[in-house]
Design a protein around this ligand. Structure first.
Ligand SMILES: NC(=O)c1ccc[n+]([C@@H]2O[C@H](COP(=O)([O-])OP(=O)(O)OC[C@H]3O[C@@H](n4cnc5c(N)ncnc54)[C@H](OP(=O)(O)O)[C@@H]3O)[C@@H](O)[C@H]2O)c1
Length: 291
């Protein structure tokens, strides 16, 4: 599969990665199916897997997705050295809710747990899951810088951040990647300049929910403009959306999730799909209602 740099000083990874979230949250598949999906993605050339400590059901299940990924890699020895696993800290799941907790003490404890869950001596890419409004952003990023200095993590990433927060973090620690939502329904990172800035800096922009996520993903197959373009190329509407996201800048990497093998493989097919300038303009100008 085609590759793009994960970030300054970091390796190139497949431009279609895999996001593990749906293998571990509510509605997750049986473990055997989850492992088949991960192995299919690896066999298809995926070399970036995104996870988080909180991809699980609740606080009693923390690390479910990380343990699953560790298991998938352990049973696919050829993949272990070639795959970059990116995890996150800074969110907690009390009673299944998604709450921020990016206090330094929590980030440190979460990082130690993730090291154990992944079964590694250092984490390749550790991302601040989201800024915590109750904690000064510089304190959260400062803890990631300390974890990096101690060798517990190799590269630092940010998620759910504004351009101003990227700048603030860069004054504290080298930023390798930024993971924000980007799809035709949610273009805030384009309008706010985050995507452009990442390209200028060579920072990998990991586009999450690249086909919309949740309910919006279900609307993709019925979209008239996407359907027309997909029919013209003989591909799925999902592949068209992923190709549009990838076309937004040379440092965008998509991390679609899937619980089904055929969906994971369909996502990979987007790596070879070149949309024409007319296709891209048609999607740019089409209506994508979030309603
Ligand atoms: N940093 C953050 O705050 C944050 C937030 C959300 C997500 N993420 C990351 O981004 C990843 C992806 O996000 P997401 O799951 O919200 O959005 P997504 O990848 O846009 O949507 C995932 C859904 O798309 C479906 N799908 C994929 N390919 C398909 C195809 N060819 N045809 C039909 N359906 C298809 C999958 O269905 P099946 O499950 O049925 O296969 C899956 O449920 C997550 O796994 C996670 O790693 C990060």
């Amino acid at each position: 599969m085609r590759q793009r740099l994960l970030g300054p000083g970091a390796p190139a990874v497949s431009l279609v990665g895999y996001g593990g979230m749906h293998l571990s949250i509510e509605g997750r598949p049986p473990e055997g199916q989850a492992l088949r999906v991960l192995h299919a993605a690896l066999d298809a050339g995926v070399t970036l897997i995104d996870t988080a400590d909180v991809y699980c059901l609740d606080q009693h299940d923390i690390g479910h997705n990380e343990r699953l990924i560790a298991q998938a890699l352990a049973s696919w020895p050829s993949a272990r050295d070639q795959v970059t696993v990116a995890t996150k800290g800074g969110v907690v799941r009390p009673a299944g809710r998604w709450d921020s907790d990016a206090r330094p003490v929590q980030l440190r404890a979460a990082c130690d747990r993730s090291l154990r869950a992944l079964g590694v001596d250092h984490i390749a890419l550790y991302q601040l899951h989201a800024p915590d409004p109750r904690v000064p952003f510089a304190e959260s990023v400062g803890e990631l810088a300390r974890l990096r200095n101690e060798g517990k993590i190799r590269w630092v990433g940010l998620s759910n951040v504004s351009l101003a927060q990227v700048h603030e973090a860069q004054a504290i620690v080298p930023v390798t990647s930024v993971q924000n939502r980007l799809n035709p329904y949610f273009r805030e990172s384009l309008a706010g300049g985050v995507v452009r800035y990442c390209a200028e800096q060579g920072i990998g922009f990991l586009a999450y929910s690249p086909t919309g996520g949740g309910r919006l993903t279900l609307k993709v197959p019925g979209h008239p403009v996407l359907s027309r373009i997909a029919a013209g190329h003989g591909v799925s509407t999902h592949a068209v959306v992923l190709a549009w996201v990838l076309a937004q800048s040379p440092t965008v990497i998509v991390i679609p999730s899937a619980r089904k093998v055929e969906h994971a493989l369909d996502s990979v097919s987007a790596a070879d799909l070149e949309l024409s300038p007319a296709d891209l303009a048609a999607i740019d100008g089409a209506e994508f209602s979030r309603g």
